[in-house]
Write a protein that binds this ligand. Structure first.
Ligand SMILES: [Zn+2]
Length: 383
């Protein structure tokens, strides 16, 4: 057992990171973890943070390892932007905290999970911090790629790169079996349809609702027989994303409101009490704003997952129609995919795939979900 157990199918990256943790004299103060979604960027960054704090460079068993992996180590901060971007104020505060000396650990480590969501101002604040790093501070940035759209060149050029790959199905199945105790057949199936995304494989293996959502969305392409079907399925897709977001949201929002109310106290009279009540109101509005931004993001993520499933289906029909010797993303739907491929041909399949990708782009550009999804479904119906 070591801290690297959750870093699935990445032997090269693990060797490099393990080596760096064991030799602090060669330490780099800023690292950039890149890789496709699901390749485990933040897992790898977290494991590396643990290895840096661990006296044995990542034993997985000491207090430093366990607290880092659990997210409670006092010298490891992990930033997961809850809204759609990381703003400059948050980043400035973080830069100040990060410049402090570590309290108990060897390093002060900051993990930024979605560095591609930094605003321009936040990027500039971060750039200053990594240009002149505090001697005991290490920044671990995670982003889909090192393309300038994701990470500004000025930041990238100061980071040591760690490239992760999509793990092979056997590696994913192995983790589901051995670490999560999932039944071998279920693990095998989930690994074969997860597209190299460990978290997705785990969700599909464990959560019957995730399986039925996938069933539903993969059934859509064959059910678009009339124009009316396009609007019907657009509605189903939007509602399903809303429901998924609601489930996650309601319990968490309520708990936060209660916590805030307790922290702010209530009642009393006189000048002080009135001022306190005004601050409490302001804090409440602030919380509501953050919760709303998080809700938008959760819903968008849920919708995006469905679109990725849909894109996988059309990608498979292109593969099937062109006879390319490449494995399918959805091998369990091969029959259906071959029928669709024969009916549509490669060109029309490609147009459909492009319609799905255009919908993802539109959502990224803040087009209203219903408008973007209806336009996509209409294009999918027309072929
Ligand atoms: Zn340890």
């Amino acid at each position: 057992m070591s801290v690297w157990g959750d870093v699935v199918g990445q032997p090269a990256a693990v060797a490099e990171l393990g080596g760096a943790a064991a030799d602090p004299s060669a330490m780099t103060h800023a690292w950039l973890f890149t890789g496709p979604p699901g390749s485990g960027r933040s897992n790898a960054a977290r494991a590396f943070a643990a290895a840096l704090q661990c006296p044995h460079h990542g034993c997985g068993e000491c207090a430093a390892c366990r607290t880092t992996l659990a997210g409670t180590h006092s010298d490891v901060r992990e930033i997961n932007p809850e809204g759609l971007s990381i703003k400059v104020d948050e980043m400035r505060a973080l830069v100040q905290l990060a410049a402090r000396r570590p309290a108990t650990g060897t390093w002060q480590v900051v993990i930024i999970a979605d560095a591609d969501r930094l605003t321009e101002g936040a990027s500039n604040a971060l750039l200053k911090a990594i240009e002149e790093p505090a001697p005991e501070t290490v920044w671990l940035l995670c982003a889909p790629s090192d393309h300038p759209d994701d990470v500004p060149v000025t930041i990238r050029s100061r980071c040591r790169p760690v490239h992760l790959r999509s793990p092979a199905p056997e590696a994913v199945a192995g983790v589901l079996r051995e670490r999560d105790g999932i039944d071998p057949d279920q693990a095998q199936w989930a690994a074969s349809v997860c597209g190299g995304h460990v978290g997705r494989a785990r969700r599909l293996a464990r959560d019957p609702q995730a399986r039925s959502r996938r069933e539903e969305i993969l059934g859509v392409p064959r059910r678009l027989r009339r124009l009316g079907d396009a609007f019907f399925h657009a509605d189903v897709l939007i509602r399903s994303a809303e429901n998924e977001a609601d489930e996650l949201r309601s319990s968490r929002d309520e708990a936060e409101r209660e916590e805030l109310a307790v922290a702010m106290g209530a009642g009393g009279s006189g000048k002080g009490a009135a001022a306190a009540a005004r601050s409490a109101k302001a804090a409440e509005r602030d919380l509501e704003k953050r919760q709303k931004s998080r809700a938008t993001r959760t819903q968008r993520d849920a919708l995006d997952r469905a679109l990725v499933d849909l894109a996988g289906f059309y990608r498979d029909t292109i593969v099937a129609a062109s006879g390319a010797p490449v494995p399918l993303t959805n091998p369990d739907r091969e029959q259906e995919i071959r029928v669709a491929a024969a009916e549509w041909g490669a060109e029309s399949s490609l147009r459909r795939l492009e319609a799905v990708l255009a919908c993802r782009d539109a959502l990224e550009q803040n087009v209203k979900p219903r408008i973007a999804v209806e336009a996509m479904m209409t294009a999918l119906y027309q072929g």
